[in-house]
Structure formats: structure tokens, C-alpha cells
Design a protein around this ligand. Sequence first.
Ligand code: C2E
Ligand code: MG
Ligand code: MG
Ligand code: MG
Length: 281
Amino acid sequence: QAKALGKNQFRIFDPKLAERQELRIRLQTELDIALKEEQFEVYYQPKICLNSNTLLEAEALVRWKHPLRGLISPLEFIPLAEETGQIHELGAYVFRSTCQFINELNTTLDKPVRIAVNVSVKQLLKESITQDFFDIIDTVGIKPNQIELELTESAVMENIVEARKAISAFQNRGINIALDDFGTGYSSLSYLAKLTINTLKIDREFIKDIPESEESKAICRSIISLAHSLGKSVVAEGIETEEQLAFLKQLNCDIAQGYYFAKPMNKEDYINFCKTQKTES
Ligand code: C2E
Ligand code: MG
Ligand code: MG
Ligand code: MG
């Protein structure tokens, strides 16, 4: 089709593409405004320790409260922000907000608190990222071990050299690292064994069809056994049913997260949730 149109005319008159490009440019401009006007809000979703049935920590998940379009999913604007470079400013905002929230929880809860932040590997490629994060931690005044970082498997494997460098710098300060969406990327097992990451997060893709899917169950079994053999802990994300929970408990999965326990919630709701929960002390 491109050839039929001739050189340089490829797709110029595709109205759908033009529309999409226009929307992209508009969103990019609107992202800038949103960053200035702080239209973002960080939500928090509990992670439960399966051994003790207690609240272990939370995952920070950003939402864009667009004044006209309403709530926009991170799946829509994170990839765009990664492409445009806006992820650096957005990522710093999410990280700072989370540190400030941890600080607030430290005084209101009087219990140990930890929150995991999703970090795009694009952010890790910035030389100053580790120092930038340490500065925020120190300025806010929380302990580094109250922060965990989630990095997606595929992005880490594609940038293994830079990722390893940043991972060990973070870990040297006591920050745990989790490999997110595990199983959906293309992991070299030899890289995985050499990576010092602390935790594997099984992607919801392999949880959602349990108990029906034998394949999903086999994959979960393998990931959990692989993680434990390598001395890493395992989180299952997207737990929605009692059966899924029972299956993962039976496999000695360490941590679970999903709508079955709680959906991501705003700060106020998370504080109230914490108050009703026992925590591991
Ligand atoms: P993720 O890190 O794998 O986060 C888990 C996603 O699964 C979240 O979607 C969460 O709301 C959703 N989830 C949790 N439990 C359940 C469940 O039981 N059922 C279902 N159907 N979904 C569940 P969310 O909040 O839309 O975030 C999507 C992705 O966007 C995240 O996937 C993460 O990759 C990215 N993301 C979110 N916040 C940030 C951020 O601050 N920075 C970066 N770089 N990425 C972020
Ligand atoms: Mg995550
Ligand atoms: Mg995940
Ligand atoms: Mg996922």
C-alpha cells in the first residue's frame, strides 16, 4: 500500500493516523499543563503478606485527573511520557508524593510503613536518577528502606547494563527492587540469576485464568519455585478471587495484591484501611 502511494506520500491522507497524531500532540501539551497544575494524584494499593495474613506494604499508582477528560489511566499516559521525556518530571512527582505520604504515615500510624513506586527504565537511563531519589528521601526525612522500586522485566532486560548499575546503587542504600510484570517479558535466565533484585511480581496475565487454566497454574508454580530457588520473594498481582488466593497460598507465594483485598485508593482511604489492619511488626 505504501508503494502504491509512491514515495513521500505514504499515509499522508490517513485521517485516522492524523487524528491519532493530533491527539498525541494535544496530550503531550496537556501533560505539561497537568505537571504544572498538579492534576496527578497517587493512589495506593495494599500488598498482603500471605504467611501472616497481614498488611505488608502498598504500591503507588498514579492517576491523571484531567479537568475535561476525567480520570485517565496510566496505561495511556505513561508510555507517552516515556516517549516525550516527561516521565522524568512525572516520575519525580510520584516519588516525592510517595515519600511525603510515607512521612505522614510514620507520624499517624506508629507502625512500620513501606511503599513501592513504579519506575520506568527510561528514568534509570538518566545518570542522576539515584542521587535525585536519595535527595528526595533525605529532604522528606524518611528511611530508604521504606521505599521499594518496581521495574518492569522487559525494560530491565533491554537495558541490562544501565539497569544493573542503578539497581545496585539503590540497594546499597537499602532500597529493595522488584521485577514487575514478570513472565510477560523475555528474560534471560542467566541475567535473572545475576540480577540482585529482591522480588519477582507475577503478572496478572497468569493469575486471571486461575483456577481454570492449567497453563497459568503451571507458570505460577514455575515462577514461584524459580524465585525461591534464587532466594527472591514473590508477589502475585491481580488476585480477585478466593480460589486464586488459595492456589497461591498452597504454593507458598509470599505476597498478594489485588481487588480481592482492596483496589488502589486515595491517601485518606489508605490511612483508614491501615487503621483497620494488623501489620507485621
Ligand atoms: P503495574 O505496576 O503492573 O500495576 C498493577 C496494575 O494492576 C494497576 O493498574 C492496578 O490498579 C491493577 N490491578 C491491581 N489489582 C488488580 C485486580 O485485582 N484486577 C485488575 N483487573 N487489575 C488490578 P493501573 O493503576 O492502571 O496501572 C497500570 C500500569 O501503569 C502499572 O502496572 C504500571 O506499569 C504503570 N504505572 C502506574 N503508575 C505508575 C507510575 O507512577 N510510574 C510508572 N513508571 N508507571 C506507572
Ligand atoms: Mg507495579
Ligand atoms: Mg505489575
Ligand atoms: Mg502488570
